[in-house]
Design a protein around this ligand. Structure first.
Ligand SMILES: Nc1ncnc2c1ncn2[C@@H]1O[C@H](COP(=O)(O)OP(=O)(O)OP(=O)(O)O)[C@@H](O)[C@H]1O
Ligand SMILES: [Mg+2]
Length: 186
């Protein structure tokens, strides 16, 4: 398990985003206090007391992305919203049909980053073959290289099999599951 980057996570109940060098700094993170459940869960994961991957689900605005980014700010990070990753996938496919190389290939990073967050899984309610394929490939590459990940979705875990299929649902739910409850914080 690639645990070395996680030592820093033990002291992050409170932090000042202004003093950090955040990944994707243009995505706002107004929080000072992180969800206690998330901190506890992440601490268990980082210290081997809970099983990876972490699946975070809940309604819009409940703080899932904020927590995922906060975790990214503290380890060697990789953060992808699914729609953005799918745009790269489309470009890779289009270029490879023409026998061309695509310089912004995200896959080496997906394979190498010790810690990764994949956000907005199934977010548009129209799950294309491309999303299906990409999600499976993402999870397979992380597993094959023994890399941990957080997966974030609005979908309830019991809906994953219907929306995707049993293989994807099984991979997403085989570790630790954390629900984000309550009203939107937006
Ligand atoms: N811990 C927090 N403290 C203060 N504000 C927060 C916190 N978490 C979230 N927010 C506020 O709520 C907004 C929405 O949070 P976030 O984007 O993390 O939700 P989400 O669960 O990812 O929503 P969606 O499912 O729509 O993507 C943030 O931009 C921020 O303004
Ligand atoms: Mg979000």
């Amino acid at each position: 398990m690639p645990q070395q980057g996680f030592a820093r996570l033990r002291r992050w109940q409170s932090f000042d985003p202004a003093n950090e060098q955040p990944i994707r700094a243009w995505i706002p993170r107004p929080l000072v206090w992180l969800s206690r459940d998330f901190v506890r869960t992440f601490d268990d994961l980082a210290n081997g007391r809970a099983r990876w991957p972490l699946l975070m689900f809940g309604g819009p605005g409940t703080g899932k992305t904020t927590c995922g980014l906060a975790a990214c700010d503290r380890v060697w990070p990789l953060y992808w919203p699914m729609p953005e990753l799918l745009q790269h996938q489309q470009m890779i496919k289009a270029r490879s049909k023409r026998g061309e190389y695509y310089p912004d290939d995200p896959w080496p990073g997906i394979i190498e980053a010790p810690f990764a967050v994949l956000d907005e899984i199934g977010s548009r309610g129209m799950n294309t073959e491309l999303e299906f394929e990409t999600l499976l490939q993402f999870m397979e590459e992380r597993n094959r290289h023994n890399r941990v990940a957080i997966y974030i979705t609005n979908l309830h875990p019991t809906d994953l099999e219907r929306v995707f299929d049993a293989r994807i649902a099984d991979r997403l739910t085989c570790g630790t599951i954390l629900e984000f409850k309550g009203d939107s914080k937006r």
